[in-house]
Design a protein around this ligand. Structure first.
Ligand code: DX5
Ligand code: ZN
Length: 225
């Protein structure tokens, strides 16, 4: 990582009657655009699929960060790669053979990540930390935007980095769920490299201004100026 902290707005709560406008509004402040794919089985919600990835890809150059909250990711990673995903994270408990999914994602030229929910013990990630580019640490139970961040999850950021360092690896850690201006300092102090922010951007009347505010706060807190 280059020491920068990245912002990945989640479009889960965006205004889908004007998705293009929503993307244009956040684009100048976004390092990634976070797309939450849910299948109604792995999590109790259904959102969108590869078609929305293609749609977003058509209107922006910002890399697309696909967070798959679905069972059987092996069946889908190629489709999401072809749709335009630049990064794909999937949940360690969503399939039997995470290693082969990680390899498949990388073979497709996409950056692989592993996501972990609050109820899953960190040791389940250990076998894969040398294979992935990033780990997505969830600070809410997956399925919905607008939930409250679980602060006890933040110490997982340092723990994942230590676990990776133990095997001579280093991973980018992305924190996802409940991140807002009010807790951003705490999230950054935990050592987070990338923050996902959804409802506190898209819940605002002025999405562009909200994204700009989060990005400038991120930069201010990170550089200390
Ligand atoms: C929840 C998703 C998150 C969520 C973030 O399952 O993975 O990306 O959309 O939205 P906020 O920031 O509102 O928690
Ligand atoms: Zn997400």
């Amino acid at each position: 990582m280059d020491g920068k902290v990245r912002l990945a707005p989640s479009i889960l709560n965006a205004d889908f009657t004007d998705l293009g406008g929503a993307i244009k509004a956040i684009e100048p402040y976004s390092d990634y655009i976070h797309l939450d794919v849910m299948d109604g089985h792995f999590v109790p919600n259904i959102t969108f699929g590869p078609m929305v990835v293609e749609t977003v890809k058509r209107v922006t150059e910002v890399p697309i960060d696909c967070h798959l909250m679905i069972y059987n990711p092996p069946e889908w990673v190629e489709t999401f790669a072809e749709a335009g995903a630049d990064r794909i994270s999937f949940h360690v408990r969503s399939c039997r053979d995470a290693e082969s999914v990680i390899r498949a994602i990388r073979t497709l030229g996409v950056s692989p990540g592993l996501a972990i929910s609050p109820e899953v013990p960190l040791f389940e990630l250990k076998p894969f930390l040398g294979m992935v580019d990033f780990v997505l640490v969830m600070c809410v139970y997956p399925g919905f935007g607008g939930q409250k961040l679980m602060p006890e999850m933040l110490n997982r950021v340092g723990a994942v980095k230590r676990d990776a360092a133990e095997i001579g690896a280093s991973v980018e850690v992305e924190v996802d769920g409940g991140v807002k201006a009010e807790n951003l300092q705490q999230v950054l102090e935990a050592g987070t490299d990338t923050v996902v922010v959804g409802s506190s951007i898209f819940g605002s009347d002025d999405v562009a201004a909200a994204a700009a505010d989060v990005k400038s706060l991120l930069n201010k807190l990170h550089t200390g100026v």
